[in-house]
Design a protein around this ligand. Structure first.
Ligand code: FES
Length: 575
């Protein structure tokens, strides 16, 4: 039998329920807002962490969704308090939102800690907002429920469905090849983002929203609901009702997130053909939760779980279709024999109970495990002398001929060097070359930007080349595709072997053998290492300086060293 909390045991009671000078201040100031005793007395205070902003198109509706969450909180007898947090609009924030994921995590954790909050509702969805919110909530440890922003509607151009990101890269190459006019390009710009909500391909947003649900942090099916569907506000209100009960049940986030929950999430990630970015975020989240997840787990699980979601960039459809096909509950039901069905979730029920009765309605969109959409897995973790601590590739989105490849490097020192060269008609490059981009990792980028899907040199695009092997310490968008080896660790900026690659060096990648090697002798490698001069720090002051001093490498999840542990932080004194 579950023991329910008593009102005096609520965390907020320390602020609002006692009779002293400070609590007088807290209550009198709530009265200043127009609240009365009846609003808070004996009620759980629910913090709604909202990543809405005017400039985040993926979160346009979150202002309204916060109201719908509040309605649910009130219905269930709670006291809702909305707390705005950094919005992290993926396409707007420069140099990259990844520079600020840990900032949002810190903000979330400290907003919850410093206020009289008993339970948290996390409103996010655009790429880094999900891991940022969840990492912060894990470290704070309150009962927490995640409300995913949901994907936008399908794009449309001349009757063809357009997918965020993936179709931008695709049609940009067609434009560079002279196959699309300026006017058509303009039509695509008008048709690719038709409603509020996140990218509707299986990019980082859709991947992370699904992962949060697979971890047990949102209501069943929540992550697949399109943002503009009327199911979405109902889900928000239901989440508001549920968090109040979670507080009374003391269903804290650590009771949901155990090792098995993370393994379930990785399995779902693989089955969806999810974004490579999710690997970094899951490692960081798992560390915060005190569980043990490493790159080796991703490689092991990728060999066990086939890609069955036929969603771009690995497949053909979009998230709206995935919802009509039954959504994540249906996909998890297909994976049932591989999942730990006993995992607890925010519903207070197990995964098994949450997916009971789920069915696949569109077999083209969610395949059975016996008929995967690709013979290649969603993730390959490569090791070798070029990536001693690992690198990532997405084999399901690679032209098959490049899964085993050896070619001469064409090395660029940084993004500007690459951008200046790639359009040149006289660039000495063939389709067999391996493009190498340095200084794009966590410290070098800085923030490990999504530069890993380097453009195919214009000269080759005109010849019809659409994929070639690319190696970098950058990330790539989850909407990207191609033979891109990413997250090379350690990064070149701190003296990882990628720093020593010279144009013309042979590089060999063998995905089946999970290897990546620079084919030079150990002596030559040692000689180049001895001659390497570390670059100056990117920042002398401010957040960037703190970031540079504390950021971890990709294989560690890129968390700050002082945040990555599971050590408890004391509750604030109230004096
Ligand atoms: Fe927000 Fe893609 S830009 S999810």
């Amino acid at each position: 039998m579950t023991t329910r909390k008593r009102p005096e045991e609520l965390r907020s009671h320390r602020w609002l329920g006692v009779s002293d000078l400070r609590s007088f201040g807290h209550r009198s100031r709530l009265r200043q807002v127009g609240y009365d005793t009846v609003d808070w007395a004996g009620r759980p205070v629910i913090g709604i962490i909202n990543t809405w902003s005017d400039i985040n198109p993926c979160h346009t509706h979150l202002r309204q969704r916060a109201e719908e969450v509040k309605r649910g909180v009130l219905q269930a007898g709670g006291f809702p308090i909305e707390l705005p947090a950094m919005s992290l609009a993926e396409v707007m924030v420069k140099p990259t939102t990844m520079l600020y994921r840990n900032f949002l995590a810190m903000e979330t954790e400290e907003l919850l800690r410093s206020h009289p909050i008993d339970g948290a509702v996390l409103l996010g969805g655009c790429d880094k907002t999900t891991p940022g919110l969840v990492m912060g909530a894990i470290s704070m440890g309150l009962p927490s429920i995640y409300v995913p922003a949901g994907p936008m509607l399908r794009g449309n151009w001349q009757g063809k469905a357009l997918g965020s990101g993936s179709d931008v890269w695709k049609y940009w190459d067609e434009k560079r090849a002279g196959n699309i006019t300026e006017a058509e390009w303009d039509e695509i710009e008008n048709g690719i983002a038709r409603s509020f909500g996140t990218c509707m391909t299986m990019g980082t947003a859709a991947t992370m929203m699904a992962i949060a649900e697979a971890l047990g942090l949102s209501l069943p099916g929540a992550s697949s609901i399109p943002a503009a569907d009327s199911n979405h506000p109902r889900m928000a209100t239901q989440s508001g009702r549920r968090i109040v009960e979670m507080v009374w049940e003391d269903l804290t986030i650590e009771k949901v997130l155990d090792q098995a929950a993370f393994e379930n999430a990785i399995k779902v990630h693989m089955a969806m053909g999810g974004s490579t970015n999710a690997i970094i975020h899951l490692v960081a989240m798992a560390k915060r939760a005190g569980t043990q997840i490493s790159l080796a787990d991703f490689d092991r699980i990728s060999r066990e779980v086939p890609v069955i979601a036929n969603v771009r960039p690995s497949g053909a459809f979009l998230m709206e279709d995935f919802f009509y096909a039954g959504g994540l509950r249906a996909l998890m039901s297909e994976l049932r024999e591989l999942l730990d069905l006993k995992c607890m979730t925010v519903t207070g029920k197990t995964v098994e109970e949450n997916i009971a009765g789920a069915k696949v309605h569109l077999r083209d969109v969610i395949h059975p495990m016996s008929d995967p959409i690709s013979s290649e897995p969603a993730t390959g973790v490569l090791f070798g002398n070029l990536a001693p601590r690992g690198a990532i590739i997405k084999p399901s989105a690679v032209e098959k001929r490049l899964l085993k490849h050896r070619g001469p490097a064409l090395a660029f020192d940084d993004y500007n060097h690459m951008a200046a060269m790639i359009e040149r008609d006289d660039l000495d490059v063939t389709a067999d070359h391996v493009l190498v981009l340095k200084n794009s990792g966590p410290k070098g980028g800085p923030g490990m930007p999504e530069w890993g899907m380097m453009p195919i040199p214009t000269k080759l695009v005109k010849q019809g080349v659409r994929d070639m092997l690319r190696v970098s310490d950058a990330r790539m968008s989850g909407t990207s595709y191609g033979a891109c080896v990413l997250h090379v660790s350690p990064e070149s900026y701190v003296g990882g072997p990628l720093a020593f690659v010279q144009t013309g060096d042979p590089i060999e990648v063998d995905v089946a053998a999970r290897s990546i090697n620079l084919m030079i002798s150990d002596e030559e490698m040692a000689k180049r290492k001895a001659a390497w001069v570390p670059p100056p720090p990117r920042y002398e002051r401010g957040y960037g300086a703190m970031f540079s001093a504390h950021i971890g490498q990709a294989d560690e999840g890129c968390d700050f060293d002082f945040l990555a542990s599971h050590v408890p932080v004391p509750e604030p004194e109230i004096h």
